[in-house]
Design a protein around this ligand. Structure first.
Ligand SMILES: C[S@@+](CC[C@H](N)C(=O)[O-])C[C@H]1O[C@@H](n2cnc3c(N)ncnc32)[C@H](O)[C@@H]1O
Length: 348
């Protein structure tokens, strides 16, 4: 039997084996990458992949015929060797008979600057469906067009909108801000999913009441997003500290000392209850008093896309000028006016 809306505390493989066949609509997860993060013990790459193969075989078994898996991975790096893990996961999923739908690039514009190779600036999400009868609800995840209100000025369609009024397909390059310092969702976990990114996968492939599973729940991001959108969730987390944070994010209540696992849970609580924000704290708090969400600077994905487009264009133009001998220095990047948006995203 499926125990819905709970997170198992322990190993996911053992737990997955207890679940019934064909019972889950979508799996959204980011496994450990075997790179020696605080929550994983590093093993040989082949051993790691063999174990991941067993987990994915169970994931495939528990999925409904119409179900999907989103598997988010980065790079395995060891002594200068750089292996994008999706390259290794792709055949594992194909060998299970699953059908590839997208390889999504999650751009990470900031990070360490490498000295002896190009700096890694993206991770990937592999989307596979269990069968040809998969679900994809495009209207739920459309984003604004560049010229959303542009109208035809001649021909049979004169005066009509030239593009879909509901917006466009978001494409397979995503720029959700990494959950690091200055992000209101940040907990003590070093590798959290941004909630909006999970929402895109969940809304694209499930309806209210459907079941979403994450075998590596971490701090419960998939559970929180499922709860917020009226989906059922289940999953596992090995580390008791992260398991506890996940339960506290889901409950949305402060602990006995008035502390929340992150600023977002705190802000949601005070806007729901009307209680004064100064009475509470959150675990990764650096400043003295948490601020209201309305006072934060927040940027949506479109803002970050424009910013990176401009930045890459400038960097590459400057490179071209230097290689053609037209300049000898580095230009400074254009500064952009930054306009916060209404959606709860990004920096605080
Ligand atoms: C990349 S993190 C996932 C973070 C999560 N997406 C979030 O938003 O918080 C991977 C998680 O898998 C957990 N983990 C590692 N091995 C596990 C296992 N065998 N069973 C269950 N969880 C495990 C780690 O403790 C870690 O929290």
């Amino acid at each position: 039997m499926l125990q819905l809306n709970g997170i198992h505390s322990g190993d996911c493989l053992e737990w997955l084996m207890t679940l019934p066949d064909n019972s889950v609509d979508t799996i959204i997860s980011s496994p450990p990458y075997n790179i020696g993060k605080s929550y994983e013990s590093r093993t040989l790459l082949n051993e790691y992949l063999a174990l991941q193969g067993l987990v994915l075989r169970e994931c495939h078994r528990v999925l409904k015929e119409t179900g999907s898996i989103f598997w988010q991975v980065g790079v395995y790096a060891d002594k200068g060797v750089h292996i994008p893990l999706d390259v290794r996961f792709f055949p594992i999923l194909e060998d299970l008979g699953m059908i590839p739908r997208n390889r999504i690039v999650w751009v990470r514009p900031h990070g360490l600057h490498a000295k002896n190779k190009f700096s890694a600036r993206h991770e990937t999400i592999l989307w596979f469906s269990k069968s040809a009868e998969y679900k994809f609800f495009l209207d739920e995840i459309r984003v604004p067009q560049k010229y959303q209100n542009k109208k035809s000025w001649r021909g049979d369609n004169k005066g009509e909108l030239t593009c879909n009024p509901l917006g466009k397909n978001p494409g397979d390059i995503w720029l959700f801000q990494n959950v690091k310092h200055n992000h209101e969702e940040q907990t003590v976990h070093p590798a959290q999913f941004p909630e909006d990114m999970v929402a895109r996968m969940l809304l694209a492939t499930t309806k209210p009441g459907d079941v979403v599973l994450d075998p590596y729940m971490g701090t419960g991001t998939v559970a929180v997003v499922a709860r917020d959108h009226g989906r059922n969730y289940l999953g596992a987390e090995l580390d008791p500290t992260y398991h506890d944070i996940a339960l506290r994010r889901i409950s949305g209540e402060p602990d006995q000392e008035g502390v929340f696992p992150n600023l977002k849970t705190l802000r949601d609580y005070v806007s729901r209850t009307g209680k004064p924000i100064e009475d509470y704290r959150f675990e990764v708090q650096v400043g003295k008093t948490p601020t209201e969400r309305s006072k934060s600077k927040r940027f949506d994905e479109a803002h970050h896309l424009v910013e990176i487009e401009n930045r890459l264009a400038t960097e590459e133009e400057s490179f071209g000028q230097r290689t053609r001998g037209l300049s000898d220095g580095l230009p400074s990047l254009p500064t952009q006016e930054i306009k916060p948006v209404d959606e709860p995203l990004g920096l605080f």
